[in-house]
Structures are given as structure tokens and as C-alpha cells.
Design a protein around this ligand. Structure first.
Ligand code: AMP
Length: 120
């Protein structure tokens, strides 16, 4: 699947639509999900044009991968989720229920989430 420059997270990265930003660095942007499924629900996205985790894991540089993973951990820590725990989740493709074709990781916490998040 080729990258669609008009996806909503590309527009957020270009500053064309607003987001509730919680973190930004050279490689990543993190912001609150517009439709939170938990008391804390934040998305972390790479700044590079990657459709999904499949695309990112195959094509991103070591620096981008390290930067992304470190940002996920830092955002959760800074949100105060570490002590009680949280969930990190990435939907990939049609069966994964991915709606926005720019890689994003969901960080959810603030309550007991059960064994899995039910998506449909
Ligand atoms: P996914 O199903 O993994 O692709 O999740 C896409 C997520 O993006 C959903 O949880 C949406 O609520 C969220 N979302 C869609 N548009 C926006 C937006 N403009 N700002 C923040 N989150 C959004």
C-alpha cells in the first residue's frame, strides 16, 4: 500500500488540522485520541511517511525505530501510567481494523482494561 499524503495524521503533522499535543521530538508526535476509549488514550506517530507497523518495521532507519520506541515509553511515563500499567496497541490493515493509514500506536490507561480491547 502506498502512502496517502491526505490521511488525517499527515494533515496533523503538517499543522493543517489541530491536535492536543502531548509530546514532539525529531522523530515523533504524540497527541490525545479524539475519541478516547480509556481515561488516558494517546496516539504516538512517527513523522516519517509510514503506512503501518509492517511498513515502518521494513523501511524505517534504526534512528527512526529507536526514536519511536523511546517516545512511546517516555509518553506513557510522562502521563503517569507506568506504576499502574497501560496498554500499547497498533492496528494494521483491514483485519487489524486500521482506520488511518499512517502508523500510530495507541497508549491506553487510567483504568483496568481487561484482557483485550474489543474493537468491533
Ligand atoms: P485505528 O483504528 O487504529 O486506525 O485508530 C485511529 C484512531 O485515530 C481512532 O482511535 C480515532 O479516534 C483517532 N482519530 C481520528 N481522527 C483523529 C484526530 N483528528 N485527532 C485525534 N485522533 C483521531
Amino acid at each position: 500500500m502506498s502512502y496517502d499524503d491526505n490521511n488525517i495524521f499527515a494533515k496533523i503533522l503538517r499543522g493543517e488540522i489541530p491536535c492536543k499535543k502531548v509530546h514532539e521530538d525529531d522523530f515523533t508526535l504524540a497527541f490525545h485520541d479524539i475519541n478516547p476509549q480509556a481515561p488516558v488514550h494517546v496516539l504516538v506517530i512517527p513523522k516519517g511517511k509510514y503506512v503501518s507497523m509492517a511498513d515502518f518495521s521494513a523501511k524505517a532507519s534504526e534512528a527512526e525505530i529507536a526514536g519511536f520506541i523511546r517516545a512511546v515509553g517516555k509518553v506513557a511515563r510522562d502521563l503517569g501510567l507506568e506504576e499502574e500499567g497501560y496498554r500499547v496497541l497498533a492496528n494494521i490493515g483491514a483485519n487489524g481494523g486500521q482506520e488511518v493509514p499512517h502508523l500510530h500506536v495507541h497508549i491506553c490507561g487510567g483504568r483496568k482494561l481487561g484482557r483485550m480491547i474489543h474493537l468491533a
